[in-house]
Design a protein around this ligand. Structure first.
Ligand SMILES: Cc1ncc(COP(=O)(O)O)c(C=O)c1O
Length: 371
């Protein structure tokens, strides 16, 4: 027996090459998840879920949809609850990406985008981010869009995993207008938007209602294990995705939806506390980089990722360099190349780790940058 041929298109991720086989005692700065506790309101709601533990409507609990709609300034009919934002992305791709079409993905960008395009039978076409700080570059994206026939979907991610770069309202508007003019579905992955350092990145909903926003409680609300996410957009875009999601998983776990509701109802405090936790970690990282490496770095536009420039000697084989860091220095960083060719000269350092881990991690890394 052989797995379905569509899977043969998926290459093993270099992330696994780094994280599988992590030696004991290594400091995990490759993580893509919060390390602080689930906020208490969410924990209590998990235990309080009322009545029988029944199936819920495929589209999600009405109260949760109302809360998500209010958070995004949308109508309740514009909200589909999914199993994490990954469930939203998978369902939207299966619903709107025809085999043989092209999907425009950021480079560097979240590894799932090209994989989801390939699983839908499409070809991922990379567009580069700006050279300064890896932000959305509207000129470049529109150039790639105009040069590419048969585009079904364009995906944005502000602020970006892995770079932390955002983009301006004007850039977002130009891209949205170009996609509307081409009749292409624009999906804006805003899962990190509330983890910012003073200024929140613009949302696609600030410039158009003709596109779909995806997000979840996984990052800002600190609850990736709940697996609760959503898509927000025109019900006409959501309906086919809802069919896919329904057949794939029926719906998102009911207790998890109640917990997500409690977290969103307490967004003001939960998100402020998360930003404080991330801010303290950023201070620890920035201080360590200054002391150990003499580097002065600005915080990202959002996320808990520092896209760290690699020493020149590592550019030819950044995966080997990161494996050496893992096995000798015992610090796990993800090579930027894992996120696309545009990330070759950088590595993703997650500062979701504790301040102590960050200080010790940078101390261990320093000799590899100095020599
Ligand atoms: C950019 C981005 N989008 C989406 C996801 C999926 O997250 P979730 O399914 O937990 O919402 C992740 C997870 O790391 C991510 O980094």
């Amino acid at each position: 027996m052989k797995p379905a041929s569509r899977l043969s298109l998926l290459k093993p991720s270099p992330i696994r090459a780094i994280t599988d086989g992590t030696p004991q005692g290594a400091i995990p700065l490759g993580l893509g998840e919060p390390t602080w506790d689930l906020p208490e309101v969410g924990r209590r709601a998990l235990l309080r879920a009322p009545g029988p533990c029944a199936y819920v409507p495929h589209v999600g609990l009405l109260d949760l949809r109302k809360a998500v709609a209010a958070f995004h300034g949308a109508h309740v009919d514009e909200v589909l609850i999914t199993t994490g934002s990954q469930g939203a992305l998978f369902s939207l791709f299966q619903a709107w990406v025809d085999p043989g079409t092209k999907v425009l993905v950021p480079d560097p960008g979240f590894v799932a985008y090209p994989a989801l395009a390939l699983m839908a039978g499409a070809e991922p076409v990379p567009y580069r981010l700006s050279a300064d700080r890896f932000r959305l570059d509207a000129d470049e994206l529109i150039r790639v869009l105009e040069a590419t026939p048969d585009v079904s979907v364009v995906i944005l991610n502000l602020p970006s995993n892995p770079t932390g770069g955002g983009g301006s309202l004007e850039a977002l508007k130009r891209v949205a207008d170009a996609c509307v003019a081409r009749g292409v579905l624009l999906i804006s992955d805003e899962v990190y938007r509330d983890l910012h350092f003073g200024t929140r990145c613009p949302s696609l909903r600030d410039v158009t209602d003709r596109g779909v926003v995806t997000s979840s409680v996984s990052k800002g609300w600190g609850a990736p294990g709940l697996r609760v996410g959503w898509a927000v957009g025109d019900p006409a875009w959501l309906l086919p995705a809802r069919t896919v999601h329904g057949y794939a998983v029926t719906g998102t776990a009911t207790p998890a939806q109640w917990a997500a509701l409690a977290l969103i109802e307490h967004s003001d405090t939960v998100l402020a506390e998360a930003r404080a936790a991330v801010g303290a970690r950023w201070e620890a990282l920035a201080g360590a980089l200054r002391e150990e490496l003499g580097q002065t770095v600005a915080p990202p536009d959002g996320t808990f990722y520092h896209f760290m420039a690699l020493p020149e000697a590592a550019h030819a084989d950044p995966v080997a360099f990161c494996l050496k860091l893992r096995d000798e220095a015992k610090v796990v960083l993800i090579p930027g190349l894992a996120f696309g060719e545009g990330g070759r000269r950088h590595a993703r350092l997650s500062f979701a780790a504790t301040p102590e881990q960050l200080r010790e991690g940078v101390k261990r890394l320093a000799p590899y940058w100095k020599n």
